[in-house]
Design a protein around this ligand. Sequence first.
Ligand SMILES: NC(=O)c1ccc[n+]([C@@H]2O[C@H](COP(=O)([O-])OP(=O)(O)OC[C@H]3O[C@@H](n4cnc5c(N)ncnc54)[C@H](OP(=O)(O)O)[C@@H]3O)[C@@H](O)[C@H]2O)c1
Length: 318
Amino acid sequence: MASGLSKILVFGGTGYLGKCIVRASIKMGHPTYVYGRPITPSAKPSKLELHMEFQSMGVLLIQGELSEHEKLVSLIKQVDVVICALGTPHIMEQLKIIDALKVAGNVKRFIPSDFGCDEDLITGLPPFQACLDKKKKIRRAIEATGVPFTYLSSTCFGEYFFSFLLHPHDKNSEELNIYGSGESKVVFTREEDIAIYAVKAANDPRTCNRTVFFRPSKNILSQLELVSLWEKKAGRSYNKVYVSEEDIVKLSKTSPHPENVRAAIIHSIFVKGDMANFEIREDEMEVSKLYPDVEYTTVDQLLDDFVANPPDFEYVDL
Ligand SMILES: NC(=O)c1ccc[n+]([C@@H]2O[C@H](COP(=O)([O-])OP(=O)(O)OC[C@H]3O[C@@H](n4cnc5c(N)ncnc54)[C@H](OP(=O)(O)O)[C@@H]3O)[C@@H](O)[C@H]2O)c1
């Protein structure tokens, strides 16, 4: 540890959340490694640009497949902490990382690719439950190895979900969907802040073998409260189209993949309120209490940013 800070290896570091984790890790002074699949001639320009950005920041990029066990083991032996942000379709690929972690035997903390509803606490409609079951299997596999872990749980990605719910880039949008009654409380955290909390939790003795939850008090609100705040900020009003629970359940049964999964996730988060409808049992295992020094982006600030600079997200309505 030349810098005195732990060396962090990120899997899925070129992904939506992963790139925020890589940037946060570097910004916080950690020697940072990213293991990703080799760049091919058909790679998107955005991926090439990201690789160049990482190189300019001093990230050590290692190209390879997750099936290259020996390569993974020797890389893992060089680092202290491993954070995984592989995308939802590739959750089970983490078993290959876990095999390598077990053989390497040196890592002080592993954070698997969770970052959503807590798979040990909730039950979703079948298409979402299938995703939760995979994440559960990963948790049990890591626990069986004895490698120290931390789980990060129970928040919506702020920018991603605000784009989906509020259509901030669409000046002509006149209506917004409200799922269920719109009254269930939801937790929103900006992606950059999730990344900062992940790097902090990965290096914190207090969070060893624990689940860390997100409940930043200024960022827990219902969909109706969010829309009302957005209407004030954006200086406009929308027709609210209520999508009933019955219709959402039906869509989860009848829509093709992945729309069925999307409907089931919406049911869990916005109808049942699965991000916020439980007590955090383990005292203080909440990010804003653990890290009061982090000035997280409030929903209010994030919406101000959206007014000033609407993100150009692709979203698909139900
Ligand atoms: N709470 C929320 O609101 C929310 C929202 C979305 C996602 N999530 C969760 O957040 C986590 C990260 O999701 P994300 O959307 O940020 O991920 P993502 O952008 O879909 O993907 C992350 C990385 O996965 C790697 N990957 C893609 N295909 C692969 C393959 N065939 N084999 C191995 N690696 C492959 C890619 O890295 P390389 O190309 O460099 O190899 C990619 O950069 C997941 O657990 C997801 O369920 C939560």
